[in-house]
Every structure is written in structure tokens, then in C-alpha cells.
Design a binder for this molecule. Structure first.
Ligand SMILES: NC(=O)c1ccc[n+]([C@@H]2O[C@H](COP(=O)([O-])OP(=O)(O)OC[C@H]3O[C@@H](n4cnc5c(N)ncnc54)[C@H](O)[C@@H]3O)[C@@H](O)[C@H]2O)c1
Length: 360
């Protein structure tokens, strides 16, 4: 059975994955879309550019219960895609409080509001609450194996622990109150509009401006990479076809270690900039590893494949070059999103590391 959302709340819609998800929902023709975003250092109206006029944008915090309850009363949401979060692992290592506040307390606020709004008298109306999470909740793998939906949670960073906590709250609201929740656990994303504090856009930005490309440790950590628009497609599947109370892993199967990824980005920057071969690779430097750096994440997507015929449409081989070109062609965007707060964190945290980007 397919669920058709008519009034959809998207939290964190001004961020990287959120803005792609808003575009996906607009393209699907949802009649009412409300975007709730606090516009932290990571959220920017510019990310919604062409679709801003198709949504109601609310500048506010998911922890503000009065605001969230008021939005449910005003817009009678039948669905939520919850993406708002603090997302940068390095920041969570510096200070975890904001991660607990937004990722745990903020999620609880949304769950409470949904439960209240979706209780009787319209209890038979179809509804969905999609909670967007990460593969990091499962901890770290060795060189082999994959995370499945039944892998025990073992988060290692404060970011991963806050996401795991929110996933468990979501589970409890389904078990206790019957809230029609769906949880998605997804691998690392790449694509346009990702803040240049994460590995891929940071390395592209540095290579484009001839700055060093600092790689944590030996760059041996392995990550699985999914294009952001494929992530948005997966959230649409979870919303419209996901079974209440289930969680689904979405991966691409495209694993690469961080050093190979940085080399690949360096070579692609040289290609699109007409630089001599190897020029950007020469900028690679190895720096002190991240504390508690997980070795490998890899996702078993067979449940989503069986349930939805899940298959990403984009690949690194075909689509990474376009991503590099997007950052090359959107210098103004890079300048605008590099807020004072963002720059201060970069300068303080990375003072000994010369701007290392975390791959999550
Ligand atoms: N980036 C990835 O590779 C990845 C992979 C899997 C899952 N996820 C999850 O997807 C979601 C989106 O990630 P992203 O990379 O787009 O993040 P992002 O950091 O780019 O964007 C987060 C957005 O949330 C907003 N926000 C933060 N705190 C808020 C608050 N208290 N109230 C309202 N809005 C708030 C920010 O302003 C921003 O627009 C997160 O839940 C993240 O855990 C990300």
C-alpha cells in the first residue's frame, strides 16, 4: 500500500540533505510542505533557492514545543520527515551538549507533538513520521561484514550516540503509543550544498584554492558513499511505502577509503581546472587522527531492496565530477555559507590539523 502525503513537515530543510529532500517532495507534488529550520551555522535559505516559493518556510527550533505544537494545529500534518540535527562529528567531540539538545530533546519534542496531534478522533487516518538517521549508530566494522537492521547499536562518537538515542526514542514511541514511525539508517552522502566542513566539499574547496589536503591518520578509514539525491529518493520511498514501526538501511555499495577518495577528488579538481596531472595530489598531508575514529561503515541494503526495489541511480564514477564542478561554479555559495561561527570553529578546532574534514 502506498501512502500519499498531503501536508508534510520537513525539519532541517535548509541543510544539505534537507534541501534535496524538499526538492524531491516538491517534484512529487505534495500540496502542502512546511519547512522548519533553525538556520544554525549549517542551515541556509539559499539552499532552498528555486523551491522556496513552493513551501512555507518557518524559521524556528525543533526544541520549541509551543512552536511545534502550534504548527501541527495550524497545518494538520499527516507526515513528517525529520532531518534537523547537529551533524558534524568533530564538533560533537569538542562539545556534545548541543547534539543532545537538538538530536535527542528536539526529536522528543517532535514525537510528542505528533503523538498528541495524531491521537483520536482521526486515529484511522494514515500518517507517517520518518526519522532520518545514520549508519554510525551501529559503531565500527572491521575489514569485512555489513550492518543490517538487526545489528546491535554501538555508537562511538557523541554525534552517533545522540542519533542512536533519538532512534531509540522513535522506536519507543511506536512500541508504546503506536506512532507510525519509519527509521532510515543511511551511509555517507556527497553532493551539492554540503557545508565545506565535511570531507568531500572541504577537500574540493582546498584543492580548488591550492591549500593543503589534510588527511586524518593514514586515510585508511573506509566509508560508503551515496549521492544526496539518491538519499532524498530513499526518504521518499520510506515515507510513501515504508511500514510503520520498521527501520531500513540505505546504502550505495560504493566503499572507498578516505585516502583514495581524497586522491580521486584531487585528480578530478585537476581535470576540471586544467591543472597539470598530480598537482593537487601533491597537496595531501597526513595529520593526527580523529579521536575514536571508526574504521569502517558498510551497509547491507537488502531489506530496502526487497521492500522497495531500492537501487541508487547515481554512482561516484558518473556523478562525482559534476559535484566537483558544482563547487567550482558556486564560489559565492561557499562564501555565503562560511559564516563567522563556522569559520571560528574551523580556526579553533583545526588549528593543529590545518582544516581536516571529517568524513563523518
Ligand atoms: N550527511 C550525511 O552523510 C548523513 C548521512 C546519514 C544521515 N544523516 C542525517 O541526515 C540529517 C541531515 O543531515 P545533513 O548532512 O543534511 O545536515 P546539515 O548539518 O547539513 O543540516 C542540518 C539542518 O538542521 C538544521 N537544524 C539544526 N538544529 C536545529 C534545530 N534545533 N531546530 C531546527 N533546525 C535545526 C540546520 O539549520 C540545518 O539546516 C541529519 O539528521 C543527519 O544525522 C546525514
Amino acid at each position: 500500500m502506498t501512502f500519499t502525503p498531503t501536508s508534510l513537515l520537513i525539519t532541517g530543510g535548509a541543510g544539505f540533505i534537507g534541501s534535496s529532500t524538499v526538492r524531491r517532495a516538491v517534484a512529487a507534488g505534495v500540496s502542502k510542505i512546511v519547512v522548519l529550520d533553525a538556520l544554525t551555522y549549517a542551515g541556509h535559505r539559499i539552499n532552498l533557492g528555486d523551491v522556496m516559493s513552493a513551501v512555507t518556510f518557518v524559521h524556528g527550533n525543533i526544541c520549541d514545543a509551543a512552536l511545534v505544537n502550534g504548527l501541527f494545529a495550524q497545518h494538520a500534518f499527516d507526515s513528517v520527515i525529520h532531518l534537523a540535527a547537529e551533524t558534524h562529528v568533530d564538533r560533537s567531540i569538542e562539545s556534545a551538549a548541543e547534539f543532545v539538545q537538538t538530536n535527542v530533546v528536539g526529536t522528543l519534542t517532535l514525537l510528542d507533538a505528533s503523538m498528541r496531534a495524531w491521537a483520536a478522533p482521526n486515529a484511522n487516518t494514515e500518517r507517517r513520521f520518518v526519522h532520518v538517521s545514520t549508519d554510525e549508530v551501529y559503531g565500527s566494522l572491521g575489514p569485512t561484514g555489513h550492518f543490517t537492521e538487526s545489528t546491535a547499536y554501538a555508537p562511538n562518537s557523541p554525534y552517533a550516540a545522540s542519533k542512536a538515542s533519538s532512534d531509540l526514542l522513535v522506536r519507543s514511541f511506536h512500541r508504546t503509543y503506536g506512532l507510525p514511525t519509519v527509521v532510515t539508517n543511511t551511509c555517507n552522502n556527497y553532493g551539492p550544498r554540503q557545508l565545506p566542513e565535511k570531507l568531500i566539499p572541504l577537500m574540493i574547496a582546498h584543492a580548488l584554492s591550492g591549500k593543503k589536503l589534510p588527511v586524518y591518520g593514514k586515510g585508511a578509514q573506509v566509508r560508503e558513499w551515496l549521492h544526496v539525491d539518491d538519499h532524498a529518493d530513499s526518504l521518499w520511498l520510506a515515507l510513501t511505502q515504508g511500514a510503520a514501526g520498521e527501520s531500513y538501511n540505505f546504502g550505495s555499495g560504493e566503499e572507498t577509503d578516505n585516502l583514495r577518495m581524497v586522491e580521486r577528488l584531487a585528480d578530478t579538481v585537476d581535470e576540471v581546472s586544467g591543472n597539470p596531472k598530480g598537482m593537487s595530489r601533491a597537496l595531501i598531508t597526513f595529520v593526527e587522527d580523529r579521536k575514536g575514529h571508526d574504521f569502517r561503515y558498510a551497509i547491507d541494503s537488502s531489506k530496502a531492496k526487497a521492500a522497495f526495489g531500492w537501487q541508487p541511480k547515481r554512482t561516484l564514477a558518473h556523478d562525482l565530477r559534476a559535484v566537483v564542478e558544482w563547487y567550482r561554479d558556486n564560489e559565492e555559495w561557499c562564501r555565503l555559507v562560511s559564516s563567522d561561527e563556522h569559520s571560528r570553529f574551523q580556526a579553533a578546532y583545526y588549528k593543529d590539523r590545518e582544516g581536516t574534514g571529517g568524513a563523518k
